[in-house]
Design a protein around this ligand. Structure first.
Ligand code: ADP
Length: 316
């Protein structure tokens, strides 16, 4: 068991919804930096917030992979505050790489970053863990350029498919249609959808489907990949939150037109890249690519090869 006294707290790194994050190092070794995530366990903690912290610990401890943030230790401080000692990831998040205009990147960089995301995701899913809140802000960059899935606060095991799960997870823009329709039994391909949205965002460098409400989100999705009907997604109309969407005359009307629209918008990654993206954005979660299937796609073998991580563009 680790105790607080082993770590010297350094400068404040940032604030999240439920935590303050500080730089830290071991007394015995000042050169290796860590990030200490001090969970805010206040009066509001009763409504499941401390549960979130406990979940984060439980799942992170089980995972060990280059593309998943490493949890080095856990200790409690005064008022039973939970402290997570995490790998120090000093190069910001994917959100910053995407939005900072002075950072230039191309298809080789996107392929390298997508490979890291897909490998991290596959590792989570092979261990029966869903992340459930994948978005660019939760993908952090290590000193060596490796991307790491972080913020496992909402993660949970999907080993028991019969427990009903909450559909109020995943930030709306990255949320798959089954969750927007309030499905209670969903699987790992919900995370694949979120990574697909990130893939698109990496290419266009702005939010792809920035819905202002759940209904608007569903319309944006329908305009991009098509209407969710019983034909393409058997059973969809039985979901609790199902809403029959109507055709937008300005949107593509056939699967061929949808693919053509995607090939124009995502020309940077070529037809194979677009094919992968479309497999990740299948409306029916059972037809959507799994993380394993994503890793086996032909796009990875096309030119250009993924950029070596030491050559990837970085925040200045
Ligand atoms: P929350 O889960 O409560 O939203 P975050 O995990 O988003 O908290 O952390 C808040 C901020 O702290 C981040 O935006 C980032 O600036 C910083 N941060 C978080 N984790 C690390 C880390 N491992 N290394 C360096 N900085 C971090």
């Amino acid at each position: 068991a680790e105790t607080k006294s082993q770590y010297i707290k350094g400068k404040w790194l940032g604030k999240g919804t439920y935590a303050n994050v500080y730089e830290a190092h071991l007394k015995s070794n000042p050169s290796q930096l860590f990030a200490i995530k001090k969970m805010i366990v206040g009066a509001e903690a009763k409504d499941g917030l401390s549960m979130d912290s406990i979940r984060e610990v439980k799942y992170l401890q089980e995972l060990s992979h280059p593309n998943i943030i490493k949890l080095h230790a856990v200790f409690s401080s005064k008022n039973q505050n939970l402290n997570l000692v995490l790998e120090h990831l000093p190069r910001g998040s994917l959100e910053q790489l995407i939005s900072e205009g002075d950072i230039q990147y191309g298809s080789a960089d996107i392929k390298a970053w997508m490979g890291m995301l897909a490998r991290g995701l596959h590792h989570c899913h092979s261990n029966f863990i869903l992340h459930r809140d994948i978005k660019p802000g939760n993908v952090l960059v290590a000193a060596d350029g490796e991307l790491k899935l972080a913020d496992f606060g909402l993660a949970r095991s999907f080993a028991d498919p019969w427990t009903r799960m909450t559909y109020l997870v995943i930030t709306r823009w990255y949320r798959p249609p089954e969750l927007l329709f309030q499905a209670r039994h969903y699987g790992s391909t919900a995370d694949v959808w979120s990574v697909g949205v990130i893939f698109a965002e990496l290419v266009i460098r702005k939010a792809w489907m920035p819905g202002g409400s759940d209904l608007e989100q569903l319309h944006l999705i329908a305009n991009v990949v098509g209407l969710p009907t019983e034909d393409v997604w058997p059973g969809v109309s039985k979901l609790d939150g199902y809403i029959k969407l109507t055709k937008d005359p300005a949107a593509p009307q056939t699967p061929v037109q949808h693919r053509q629209q995607m090939q124009r918008e995502f020309a940077l990654v070529g037809p194979e890249g677009v094919d992968l993206l479309m497999q990740m954005m299948a409306l029916d979660p059972r037809k959507r690519a799994t993380a394993k299937k994503v890793l086996m796609h032909e796009w990875w073998n096309m030119e250009p090869k993924p950029r070596r991580k030491e050559d990837l563009p970085r925040k200045v």
